[in-house]
Design a protein around this ligand. Structure first.
Ligand SMILES: Nc1ncnc2c1ncn2[C@@H]1O[C@H](COP(=O)(O)OS(=O)(=O)O)[C@@H](OP(=O)(O)O)[C@H]1O
Length: 329
């Protein structure tokens, strides 16, 4: 590896992209990436080439079922946490009584709940799609207007999780630096901040992403559940119960009495998940190290990395880009 070559997880490598994507790339606006050499703007949002290839394949191949549940997030909004919680909620009958053999103890939330647009799954189509029991649970970072038609046309349910953009940005910056080889060194925070404020980073702009789902949730509250990381942190019990209601698997009287919600929240807490061997020293098939998904898991950590002025800049850009949507981030 030459010193200028970033270490790239498989799903970010620039080889093995579809011919459809290869033909499209030269027609698209291009920017320098934080992790990949370049990112491309497609229908208003930015992607590394392999993710774009996965997105196009996903749009062409994915057939949603009415019973599917999709967790949607912008990267670094708390996906790993919600993947674990939704997996526990939807599969709680299987593990009732004892958590000792729970899948989360030995598997990463990212293996149990795969991303739809991950190029490895959708180069052709998710290889083991047929083995997913109903209700199938997937995750995605796709913006609302780029979801496969079958998702919009089916009755499947979407859970959208967003997070304070300043913490999201800092989390992403840390993750990007983990992904870069030691040889290439850290990306300067200021350089990343410029790109973030222009929306030019994977799945950006952040505010457009959140607004797409906020609008969908206002129009179809029975299909799209809009949730914030900070709300989950503040009162997770309330929101887990609301999620169960929304997903059509409400917690019964007995479950509410026997501490089912406590059990799920304990199992999925930052401290529990990050202490598991699989999340400490594991690697995903994409070659991403599982520990990179667990850093601090705190609200307001941006203050430890950015100046007040930098924070105000993100606030200002966020305000400017709200377009009177009513959404407050
Ligand atoms: N269980 C739990 N509880 C609370 N917070 C958690 C949890 N697991 C992961 N995290 C924090 O979420 C941040 C990673 O974001 P994502 O999981 O969305 O990453 S990804 O988009 O799937 O790559 C990242 O946030 P930062 O710590 O601020 O970087 C993780 O630490």
């Amino acid at each position: 590896m030459t010193p200028s070559q970033p270490l790239q997880a498989k799903y970010l490598q620039e080889d093995e992209i579809s011919q459809k994507c290869r033909d499209l790339l030269p027609l698209l606006p291009r920017e320098k990436g934080w992790i990949t050499t370049s990112i491309y703007q497609y229908q208003g949002f930015w992607y590394p080439p392999k993710v774009l290839s996965g997105l196009l394949a996903c749009q062409d191949h994915f057939q949603a079922h009415d019973t599917d549940v999709l967790l949607i997030t912008a990267p670094k909004s708390g996906t790993t946490w919600l993947k674990a919680i939704l997996f526990c909620l939807l599969n709680r009958a299987e593990f009732s009584g004892s958590m000792q053999h729970h899948s989360l103890l030995t598997q990463s939330p990212h293996n149990l709940v795969p991303f739809l647009e991950n190029g490895l799954y959708f180069g052709q189509e998710i290889p083991n799609l047929a083995s997913f029991a109903s209700p199938r649970l997937f995750a995605s970072h796709l913006p609302y207007h780029l979801l496969p038609t079958s998702v919009k046309d089916s009755g499947c349910k979407l859970v959208y999780l967003c997070r304070n953009p300043k913490d999201t940005f800092v989390s992403f910056w840390h993750f990007a630096n983990k992904m870069r080889s030691k040889a290439t060194g850290e990306m300067p925070l200021g350089e990343c901040l410029d790109a973030f404020c222009r929306g030019a980073y994977p799945f950006g702009p952040y505010w457009d992403h959140a607004q797409g789902y906020y609008k969908a949730s206002s129009e179809m509250p029975e299909r799209v559940f809009f949730l914030r990381y900070e709300e989950m942190k503040e009162d997770p019990h309330v929101h887990v119960k609301r999620l169960a209601d929304f997903l059509g698997c409400p917690l019964g009287k007995q479950e509410l009495m026997d501490g089912t919600v406590d059990g799920i929240l304990r199992m999925c807490s930052f401290d529990s998940l990050s202490a598991l061997e699989v999340n400490k020293s594991g690697k995903l098939s994409t070659e991403v190290e599982t520990e990179w998904f667990f850093r601090k898991g705190e609200v307001g950590d941006w203050l430890n990395h950015m100046s007040i002025e930098m924070g105000e800049r993100i606030d200002r850009v966020t305000q400017e880009n709200m377009h009177g949507s009513g959404l407050k981030l």
